[in-house]
Design a protein around this ligand. Structure first.
Ligand code: ASP
Length: 443
């Protein structure tokens, strides 16, 4: 069995956390490929190394003294090395970076040093070989990962007998310059590696017990999701849940490799399994109706009414053209017989709202164009909603009984998502209501 185990920033924040990582790795001989983020925060008053590196670069760029900030980074790494009694020559490593800074360093190179140094330290501590992401993770000129090239480069260096610690978050451009991914990108490195080596499991170690059904800031003591499909997770992350980097799903999904979200502080907890089809795993459990509930506030709904709208050809195209010309992306378009709505994020539409209304009125030849503001969208993600007869009605009733007015409702064509729109002010109350009815009480 081959496992890729990726540890996030909080798992490698200090020597105490690194000891937990060592225990986890050593407790399972299948854990031969370890990917790491840069050291994260120990507690709320601490700093993430990556943030400090970005800050160092900003100081450099504007000619402001950066030494104070950089010394926080140096201290973090020096302390790790001395606390764990490691052999790595951290002074020389830091001097190389300082020399580069004096000669002119790129932002991406500087920022990548967080993962680079953390991986070097972890490799020394685990007695694994250090594998620099720059030696295999390859980007195209357009910034996408070149998976074939990355795979070829990986196997040029790979030795079956070795165990590796790999730095996350960065790779190289075709001209060999370092490029970092978007924030949280070490998840992607782990996923690419799992794809390249055909892993059986991609473990993603973090500081929570897994993915929760609802955001715990909204629903106290929300239950955890044990199994979720790749597609359900995509829906959840799109609507606001944030556990794994969005892009990390694709490389493992392509090869059907399950992802296990695990807690470094509670390694015996099962965590959450992300798989292609939950039915294969949940066979003995009664599958719950709703896998997860998530959402975002601050949308505008533009409603367009006109008699026989649904039989008028081209009307939707005319409406969408208005948005396209203003380069405004649309969230969804729920429709009924004589009306349709265009749902757009407030931040995209706020300043164009009057222009849009008047253009829709004239281009679509109707006077009934209205803007409903401050709408929150709530997505219920689950399996085979279409087969759950009367579910939409039950949702309406549950919310209605709690005086929550549903402004729009939309069921995704892939049957795994029902989205409702409520007033921003009802957002938290509605999520709690749906959770209580459909998760706690399974009505
Ligand atoms: N260190 C980077 C960040 O903080 C990447 C990662 O942690 O995955 O965003």
């Amino acid at each position: 069995m081959i496992k890729v185990s990726k540890f996030g920033g909080s798992s490698v924040a200090n020597s105490k956390q690194l000891k937990k990582v060592k225990n986890i790795v050593e407790s399972d001989s299948d854990r031969k490929f370890i990917v790491t983020s840069a050291c994260g925060k120990v507690d709320a008053d601490d700093y993430k190394i990556t943030d400090l590196l970005y800050l160092t670069f900003a100081h450099l760029k504007y000619g402001v003294n950066y030494l104070d900030i950089f010394s926080k980074i140096e201290n973090k790494y020096k302390n790790l090395v001395s606390d764990l009694n490691l052999n790595i020559d951290i002074e020389s490593e830091l001097n190389i970076i300082k020399d580069k800074i004096k000669k002119g360093i790129s932002e991406d190179f500087l920022v990548s040093r967080g993962e680079y140094l953390t991986a070097k330290i972890l490799a020394d501590y685990l007695n694994f070989e250090f594998f620099d992401a720059a030696d295999f993770v390859s980007f195209n000129f357009d910034g996408d990962i070149d998976l074939d090239k990355s795979k070829n480069k990986f196997f040029e260096r790979f030795n079956k007998k070795s165990k590796y610690v790999i730095s996350g978050f960065y790779g190289v451009m075709p001209n060999n310059e370092i490029k970092v991914m978007s924030r949280g990108g070490s998840d992607i490195t782990g996923s690419i590696l799992a794809n390249i080596i055909d892993a059986d499991l991609y473990e993603n170690w973090t500081d929570v017990d897994g993915i929760l059904i609802c955001d715990p800031r909204i629903v106290k003591n929300s239950k955890k999701i044990s199994y979720i499909s790749y597609d359900e997770l995509r829906e959840m992350s799109y609507m606001g849940a944030n556990v794994l980097h969005d892009e990390a799903i694709f490389p493992v999904k392509e090869k059907n490799i399950p992802i296990n979200i695990k807690n470094t502080n509670e390694p015996n907890d099962f965590g959450t399994m992300i798989v292609s089809n939950c039915d294969n795993y949940d066979a003995n459990n009664k599958p719950s109706i709703i896998t997860g509930i998530t959402g975002r506030k601050d949308f505008y709904v533009i409603s367009v009414k006109k008699n026989h709208i649904s039989s008028e050809t081209g009307i939707l195209r005319k409406a969408l053209k208005v948005f396209e010309e203003l380069k405004i992306s649309i969230e969804s378009i729920p429709a009924s017989v004589d009306a349709f709505c265009i749902v757009v994020e407030k931040k995209f539409i706020e300043k164009y709202q009057y222009e849009i209304v008047s253009r829709l009125k004239s281009d679509l030849e109707t006077n009934e164009v209205n803007v409903i503001k401050d709408i929150a969208l709530i997505a219920m993600v689950g399996r085979n909603f279409i087969q759950r007869i009367g579910l939409a009605g039950k949702i309406f009733k549950a919310l209605g009984d709690n005086n929550i007015n549903i402004k729009i409702i939309n069921q995704g064509s892939d049957e795994i998502n029902i989205t409702i729109g409520v007033d921003n002010k009802d957002f938290e109350k509605a999520i709690n209501c749906i959770y209580n009815h459909f998760v706690l009480n399974e009505i």
